[in-house]
Design a protein around this ligand. Structure first.
Ligand SMILES: [Zn+2]
Length: 102
């Protein structure tokens, strides 16, 4: 990512394409926002669409820092499975809590 960030022309071009909205979660991106010296969730970040293909033209997009952290180098299938299992577990806990209150 640092390599690309040094080339501001590429980043500006990508930011224009993304209209300053995270292309994954639609969160408005805020450039240069840091809290306590840390990058905030809605900071723009350059991501490799297919991680194995590197930071090459056509394989990069601007997404928010939070989505980039979540996505990391996971495959779409892994992300779906993690999401589904998290939802199943969360729903079962919520249901158990509701039943306890009845
Ligand atoms: Zn996002």
């Amino acid at each position: 990512m640092r390599r690309i960030l040094k080339n501001s022309k590429n980043v500006e071009e990508l930011l224009r394409e993304g209209n300053l909205i995270c292309l994954l979660c639609d969160t408005p991106l805020k450039i240069g926002r840091k809290e306590h010296g840390h990058v905030v969730d809605n900071s723009p970040s350059v991501d490799k669409i297919v991680p194995q293909n590197g930071y090459t033209r056509g394989n990069m997009w601007i997404i928010c820092y939070r989505c980039n952290r979540i996505k990391d180098n996971a495959t779409p299938e892994e992300l779906i499975r993690i999401g589904e299992r998290t939802r199943e577990k969360r729903d079962s806990i919520t249901l158990a809590q509701k039943e306890k209150k009845l």
